[in-house]
Design a protein around this ligand. Structure first.
Ligand code: ATP
Ligand code: MG
Length: 384
């Protein structure tokens, strides 16, 4: 009797002619996520089976699969021959020690000598005979024994359905560039876009030596957590120290964050276009802070020339974002207390509703292109 993990995919089944391609990317992503663990992945009409793994690795495999987008649900069970004795042995193994149950059979092999109802009835009867502490309840059972009779002369027997993370396989919807800070929001935004099938590369801006090395390490750690969902990521790190010094020296200080944001967006777009990313992602949420008013967003958005900017959190409350951040495992890292470059030279009264004409007037004091070229020269790229 072989232990198996049964994987059902999410939206891929809606795809038409290109479904095969989606399935291949999905299988490759599962392979990547299970790297270093002995296993085999086999496709079996509309689902995947993980076989040939060490039973002690089951939990680790499940934990890793929870991070693979495209999985609708999975179950742990047994693969046996299409034989009532073998099916019964497996059913006994996945059965609870006590409580109510029912047996549900799905029969793809229509030539099998018993129909679904007969299989369920016979296995249910044998289970009742073997354990006096269980009882049948077809309406509200504590557990369900599922029997899936395949066309190839095998049967899958399992009890529980675990929810997968849903979404589309990463790599089936192109590539995005996430502006990642050390905060709570941006990793969540990246996760949401990856869930829809995009590869996500990251870009982070720092103001070393005004911000310290721990702040950079924190962002590397956050990008690493994100990369466990995105099948790897590239982290681009850029210094904006001189840009901030120039703004501080030459412009009205109240525009510090507003102007800095425009530099970040311009640089992010440049690097995105170079690396083949097709959109930018930010963790902005409308009205969350001074720079995220619709006027603030208009100001930073207006310098992005060709790419769309995705703001998946724009309608979320902070507590909703925190909940997601906890669920994806970035929260504890995000709340470590290292400063972001946006807190350097922070004005007492930042402009909350900048008028674009005023912003441009302030910006005219700066040699924008030269500052960007200089910042680009500080680019450091990490493959995570
Ligand atoms: P976060 O929690 O993501 O830091 P926040 O609520 O602190 O967001 P802001 O600091 O205003 O908001 O930043 C808004 C967005 O701008 C961030 O979500 C991120 O996408 C981008 N951003 C801010 N600082 C940086 C940075 N140092 N490097 C890259 N992107 C940044
Ligand atoms: Mg922030």
């Amino acid at each position: 009797m072989e232990k198996v993990i049964i994987i059902r995919y999410a939206e891929i089944h809606l795809k038409g002619k290109n479904r095969g391609w989606f399935e291949r990317v999905f299988a490759v992503n599962m392979e990547k996520s299970l790297k270093g663990i002995r296993h085999e992945i086999h496709r079996s009409s509309g689902r995947y089976l993980i076989e040939n793994f060490n039973s002690v690795d089951t939990e680790v495999i499940l934990e890793r699969l929870k991070r693979v987008f495209g999985i609708h649900s999975f179950s742990v069970g047994f693969k046996v021959g299409a034989d009532m004795d073998e099916i019964f042995t497996a059913a006994k193994d996945v059965s609870f020690d006590s409580g109510t149950f029912k047996v549900e059979t799905h029969r793809a092999d229509k030539k099998f000598r018993l129909n679904s109802m007969q299989i369920s009835a016979e296995i249910g009867g044998r289970l009742l005979d073997s354990n006096k502490n269980i009882k049948v309840d077809v309406h509200n059972p504590k557990f369900i024994i599922n029997i899936d009779l395949r066309e190839n002369g095998t049967a899958l027997v399992f009890n529980e359905f675990f929810k997968g993370s849903g979404g589309m396989p990463v790599g089936t919807a192109g590539k995005a560039m996430l502006l990642i800070s050390g905060g709570i929001d941006s990793p969540v935004a990246g996760h949401m876009i990856a869930k829809r099938g995009m590869c996500v590369d990251c870009i982070h801006f720092h103001s070393y030596p005004y911000t310290n090395m721990q702040a950079k390490e924190k962002v590397i750690d956050l990008a690493k957590i994100l990369s466990s969902y995105t099948c790897g990521t590239k982290l681009n790190i850029i210094s904006v120290t001189h840009i901030q010094e120039e703004i501080h020296k030459k412009c009205n200080g109240d525009y510090m964050v507003t102007l800095l944001r425009r530099f970040m967006m311009r640089i992010a777009e440049r690097i995105a276009l170079k690396s083949g990313a097709q959109c930018l992602i930010t963790g902005e949420s409308i009205a969350q802070v001074a720079s995220q008013t619709v006027e603030g967003i208009t100001s930073s958005n207006s310098v992005v020339k060709t790419l769309p900017v995705m703001r998946p959190l724009c309608g979320f409350d902070k507590d909703e974002i925190i909940e997601r951040s906890r669920a994806i495992g970035t929260y504890e890292k995000s709340i470590e207390p290292y400063e972001d470059c946006c807190t350097v030279f922070l004005p007492k009264h930042p402009i909350t509703r900048p008028k674009l004409a005023d912003v441009i007037e302030e910006e005219n004091e700066l040699d924008v292109e030269a500052l960007i070229d200089e910042a680009m020269a500080s680019l450091e790229v990490l493959n995570l």
